[in-house]
Design a protein around this ligand. Structure first.
Ligand code: HEC
Ligand code: HEC
Length: 260
């Protein structure tokens, strides 16, 4: 009995010391330089040249959403994040993956991207001028035909946020779960509907229009049915918001998330 107890304790001690070790231990300065090179080739087009985000999330943060530890970081790079725009990066071998992961770790110590305006004022603009809460939810407030923005400041950098306001159709294909935002237009008799496709099978299609009303149609009743790619239900705000309001709203969006 006693001996078994000791064996258990020994096992616990060994596994504890094993978890204290990181698979990234032992990376040299040279490895990190190579990691940066690999990052520019394989990651920068989505995460930005300095990792501050683009269509991929901002990685220059001390704490990442999907990454609890270094093993998880290797997993994210090797396997991707299912159901999101983060692909498995299979072109990297095991060593290269470790080096690029080591480089990503150094990004977490970068300075945070500077805001172009005043986030507090931006919150007011968001709530009043833009009509944004009619389509987006932030921390439970608003309605949800567009993606939830509660964590958007963690996921997106300055440039991307600005572009998604001035030219929503351009960034649309990079919005996570973007097939949820596919727009269809159809006509059945006198009824014409445009909206987001919620569901479709061989016999029927279900659509949510911009007011939130859900319509379902049998395909045999449809006289016209078009899928509209590169068209967003979100209006472009380039003209509707002045430069100051735009900077402030973008700053407000940058402030959203789990900054710890
Ligand atoms: C095709 C675009 C694309 C490429 C290429 C790409 N990523 Fe991503 N990555 C994404 C997107 C999009 C997300 C955000 C997923 C989400 O939150 O919905 C993401 C998420 C991540 C996360 C998780 C962030 C978090 O908050 O937990 C890490 C880490 C990451 N990527 C690292 C990398 C590395 C390292 C590379 C290169 C080896 C890379 N990515 C290449 C698009 C990409
Ligand atoms: C009529 C509905 C509607 C309104 C109003 C609207 N949006 Fe959107 N928004 C959407 C939809 C739908 C998307 C999903 C992508 C697409 O279709 O462009 C989106 C995408 C976004 C994105 C990109 C999110 C991502 O992770 O890719 C941001 C940021 C955003 N909206 C912010 C705003 C702000 C700020 C306002 C107000 C100034 C606003 N939206 C007003 C419907 C709307």
């Amino acid at each position: 009995m006693k001996r078994r107890m000791i064996a258990v304790l020994l096992f616990v001690a060994i596994s504890m010391s094993a978890t204290a070790q990181s698979p990234l231990d032992g990376l040299t300065e040279g490895d990190l330089v190579d990691g940066e090179r690999l990052f520019r080739i394989h990651c920068a087009r989505c995460h930005g040249i300095d990792g501050a985000g683009g269509e991929g999330s901002n990685l220059a943060r001390p704490r990442l959403k999907y990454v609890s530890d270094d093993d998880a970081l290797l997993g994210v790079i090797g396997d991707g994040i299912p159901g999101t725009g983060m692909p498995a990066i299979w072109t990297l071998d095991e060593d290269q993956t470790r080096r690029v992961a080591g480089y990503v770790r150094t990004l977490g110590r970068l300075e945070v991207e500077e805001m172009p305006g005043d986030p507090i004022r931006g919150q007011t603009v968001y709530q009043t001028n833009g009509g944004c809460p009619a389509c987006h939810i932030i921390s439970g407030a608003g309605k949800g035909i567009g993606p939830e923005l509660t964590y958007v400041g963690d996921q997106r950098g300055l440039d991307y946020l600005r572009r998604s306001l001035t030219d929503p159709a351009e960034t649309q294909s990079q919005t996570s779960g973007y097939t949820d935002y596919l727009i269809v237009r159809l006509r059945a008799g006198d009824e014409r509907v445009e909206g987001l496709r919620i569901d479709e099978d061989a016999f029927s299609v279900i659509i949510r229009d911009i007011s939130g009303t859900v319509h379902s149609f049998r395909k045999e009743d449809l006289e016209e049915y078009d899928k509209v790619f590169s068209h967003s239900l979100m209006p472009g705000y380039g003209g509707a918001l002045n430069a100051q309001d735009m900077d402030d709203v973008v700053s407000y969006l940058m402030s959203l998330g789990s900054e710890e």
